[in-house]
Design a protein around this ligand. Sequence first.
Ligand code: HEM
Ligand code: HEM
Length: 467
Amino acid sequence: MLSKKNSASANFMLSAALWLVIGVLMGLTLALQFVFPDLFRGIPWLVFSRLRQAHTNTVMFAWLSGAMMGVWLYIVPRLTGRQLWSETLGNICVILWNMALVAGIGGILLAYTQSREYAEFVWIIDVGVMVVLILNLVNLYMTIAHRTEPKLYVSLWYISGTLIWMPMLYFIGNVMWNPATGALTGIDDTIFNWFYGHNVLGLWFTTGLLPVIYYIVPKETNTPLYSHFLSLIAFWGIAFFYTGVGAHHLLWAPVPYWLKTIAVAESIGMILPVVAFMMNILLTMRGNWNRFMTSIPLRFIITGWAAYILVSYQGSHQALRGINLITHFTQYVPGHAHLSLLFFAASVLMGAMYYIVPRIYNARLYSRVLANVQYSLYVIGFTFFFGGFLLTGLVQGTSWLHQGLPVWSVLPGLRPYMALRAVGGSLVVISFALFTLNILVTVWQRKPVSQPDYPKPKSPKLVTTSD
Ligand code: HEM
Ligand code: HEM
């Protein structure tokens, strides 16, 4: 059972889809607490400080990372021309991963936390996470090492890099050699925390998800990727510029000034790889925009691509000291976090799952209508949700900076924007629940594909080649 072809990929993705619903319900509960602060008074595990950490860990590790690993387990064998090295090992990773996350997230709700952002899990959970990261690395590297396809496609560059970077980052960022606290002391710890905190975004989610876009856009449009060269500029650009920007999270902390200046300069430097990536996909899409409406996977993937460009543009500006002065310590930053990890990352993964799950089960998607409704709710809901974050943040920042108003005096004026966020957020939650339902019923019903609702590629060589 554990060795069935594609089962590890499917199990990672399906369990992640369930986590998604739990994670966004936690987010909605948080958003409601901003409007009605006493809503859950007296219920310790729903207190804001615990639930916020549980929310970020659920959506980032259980949903995004689980689904991402599932997608890789499907893509890598296709690009290497062979089966996954060990399906059993893949399924062991699924089981260990979910066990670690149930214990870790449950632990956070019971107040077992290290309280370092994105490194909240206590040491023993970190060990479980590290074991999965290493086993997954071995499984995918062995698949790549024994490939029959001589070419190393663009997506494989990104995935191989990401597989190596993450265990190192996780070990360093969680200060795993110090199990008692999982931390250093003083400002050194802050620098370590944000070296990790930033790179988990840049060298795990970003470099882990761009290859998914590089894989699915050519597949769904039957067009080879526009340029191998541009994709390499983007790859090395990210590896060079993105690794040193951790201090842009700390522009107002007492860390060395030169470290902050490097972080700001490299944040601007990120424009280079982002533009290279943007142009590559834009030029691959040339003449294919009609597929945007007809292909559900492509619509989600292109939405994720656009969100990535937007969030990077926002990020490079936000890293400038003059702008960060207004936006730091405000809701503008979680707004950026959702534009990236929700609108970019979750869109890419939903698109990939709409593409992969029906193929694994050789079944039709349960309902295209439901998927279309889900997309519309998602985009409308996200617009209000993001608008709520942005407006709250800008009002907070300008009131404090330009009018010198104390925090408490601004709060009543922020409530309507917080409510806007909760309303938009609930549409997003409904949309994500519909997504999970559509995927699970697809697997449950397994309607045969007499007439596949996805086109067959013109030639297997054409669609994945990158030069
Ligand atoms: C895939 C979906 C989601 C992801 C990946 C995600 C991710 C995150 C992240 C990374 C943070 C921390 C932000 C920071 O520290 O700057 C956060 C906080 C938060 N999220 Fe989400 N989120 C998701 C969905 C939602 C939804 C649907 C809602 C509301 C309905 C929501 C409401 C919140 C709230 C209220 C906070 C706390 C903001 C604060 O502390 O000021 N999230 N989320
Ligand atoms: C060119 C690209 C980007 C740049 C220059 C950039 C810059 C920044 C800066 C300066 C902050 C700190 C804001 C503050 O605390 O005042 C930040 C926060 C954040 N960024 Fe980005 N960003 C970029 C892209 C991304 C991407 C692609 C992701 C996700 C995959 C992402 C996820 C986040 C998250 C989650 C936070 C909130 C961290 C926290 O305080 O909890 N960013 N970004």
